[in-house]
Each structure stands twice: as structure tokens, then as C-alpha cells.
Design a protein around this ligand. Sequence first.
Ligand code: GLA
Length: 371
Amino acid sequence: MKRNSVIVQSPGRINIIGEHTDYNDGYVLPAAIDKKAIFKITKNGSENRVNISATNVNETYSFELNNFKPITSGWQNYIMGVVKELQNIGANFSGFDGEFGGNVPIGGGMSSSAALECSLAFGLNELFNLGLDKWQLIKTSQMAEHNFVGIKCGIMDQFASMMGKKNKVMLLDCRSLKFKYFPFDLGNYQLLLLNTNVSHNLASSEYNIRREECESGVKIIQKRFPTVKNLRDVSFQMLQQCTSEMPKNISRRCHHVVMENNRVLAATDALTQNKIHLLGELMYQSHVSLQKDYEVSCPELDYLVKLTLDKEYILGSRMMGGGFGGCTINLIDKKEVNSFIEFASENYRNQFGFDLTPYQVAIRNGTELIE
Ligand code: GLA
């Protein structure tokens, strides 16, 4: 269809379990949520001019399609990154005006950046009939983040944003890219996110360091097990045989990834067998591992998880996403949600001097055209 303008929505995501496994070719269990970026894109008749306005922050930015480069930091890099990566795979399009906003909390660990990237990639594909499939759009969005934003992220966030399905979580094998939707029915329980409202600036540098640490772990493991490609191929027993040859921090990073992969598969089984208590237990284990082995948590996240430990109506709690801030994800009895929010909010304020923000998210479809 020939059109002059499109409006696209693309959601943020939650991740039930499987943190820092995606770039190790492992498993993740995310879902798209009812918080989203909305992007309106209109052809402006020019050959190269792009004018973008970011309505939430009331800022604008313009550039030429044949001459642009990343700036130090800012939302502009997500836009230019997507444009550049589309150009890199041969997509041909002309000037456009864009306007975006949305309600995915920035720095909340719900992937506001993937939501933005995917909305633009999807929108340009529709508007200019680029003929790209969803996987190409997912990859383009991920590469925008690598090459323009500087975070060597895995595939989970862009995948979840683009492929989400209402009321379903997705088990993604980040090696084969095969995925399966699972119904997400927690009975008397529900998810509750608590946003710490902190986003420590370690997030991007430490993220890339973790990735390198995993790679150096693999190099050591390969000396004993040459067929290993990355941590996905490593069992606990194999890792144990190599641990004495590794620096302590490297073996802890590897331990997290190996065990977290196992937890994702166990959690998927627990979900399908309706073993909600077991799912919660795995979430707690994931948090301890992210905190102690992977060292990507922070005092605010640890505090919120600790607050849940003696509450028998909360089955599981853990930090969600890259870490160093953002949200905890909690598995809580529906009846207790309001009173727990009140309890956690008051304690958090007393402890840190600022507020947390609670979110009761619903699982929704991935990126789609709304007009
Ligand atoms: C960020 C990245 C993802 C993933 C998570 C941690 O959200 O963008 O690719 O690595 O951190 O699981």
C-alpha cells in the first residue's frame, strides 16, 4: 500500500528469567508489555532531510541521510543508529519527519531503547516498502545499539519488543533464534515491578566488560574443551574442571551464565506444570547469582529483594534487565499487592530518601502499526 505516513507502537519488555544469557547464546524468557514507544513517521518530500521531535522531552533534532554520525549521547543515537543500520543492509529511503513519545520508563530496565529502535525500524520498513522481515528489523535495531549507542547488547530486548504476543511469554534460544510462546497464567499470583528509580552510570561500561569477561572465560574453557563455542555449550561439570585455571571473577561470571541457562529451562517447565512456587524460587536464585557472581546488582535492587524475603505471599523477586538500577520483578499474591506496595514504598523512601515507582504490567503484542 502507498502511504505518506505511519504510526507504529512498539512495547517495552519484562524478562521472567534469563539475565545476561542472550549474548552468550543462551536462553531467555521475556514478554512484551503494555508500556510502549509510539512513533509517527511522515515522508517530507526531501531527498535526505530527517527532522525528529521527541515529545516527552520536548527536543528536536535534524540530520541529512547522506551525512551523519553519532553524538556523545542521547536519544538521537538510537534514531541515527537505526537509519544507518538500515542503510547498511541496502535499504533505500528518502527524507522523513518523525515524532515519538511513549510511556516506557527510561532507565527502568524495561527496554525503552529497544522499543524506540523497533518502532522506527518497523515504521520505515512499512512507509518506504523496504521489504524487510521482522528478524532483519530486530537485528538492525540491535546493531544500532552496538554501533551508535555503544552497548554490545544481546538480542533479547529487540526480539521481545518486536515478537511479543498478548498473555504469552516467549522462550527464545538465542543461538538458533528458535522461539516458543507459552501461556502465562499465574493463578492467584501476578507480577509486580518496582522501579528503584536509579540508573547507575556503570550500566553501559560494565555491561560491555561482562561480555568480554564471558569471552575470556570461554577461551580458557576451550583449552580443555575445544568444541565449546561459547558459554551455552558449557555444563556445570565442565566449568568445574576449568575453574582452577580461571581468575576468580571470570569463573564467577561463567558460573552465573551456566546456571542461569539451566534456570530458564527449569522455569519454563515450572510454568507449564503450574508450579508457581518453583518459578519463584528460581527467580530468587537468579537474583543471588546476578548479585554475587555476575555483580550487576546495586544496593537499591538488593534492598527491594530483601524486603520480600519474609513475605510468604511473595514467591519470587529479582533484579530485571542489565542491572545497576531499574526494576525488580516480583511474583506476588494478587490480594497483597496494594499493601505490599505501601510497605515497600515507605521503607524504600526511609532508606534512600527518594521514591520507588510500582508498575503492574500486562503482557501485550509486539510492534505493530496503529495507523
Ligand atoms: C540488557 C540488554 C539485553 C540483555 C539484558 C540482560 O537489557 O539489552 O540484551 O543482555 O540486559 O539480560
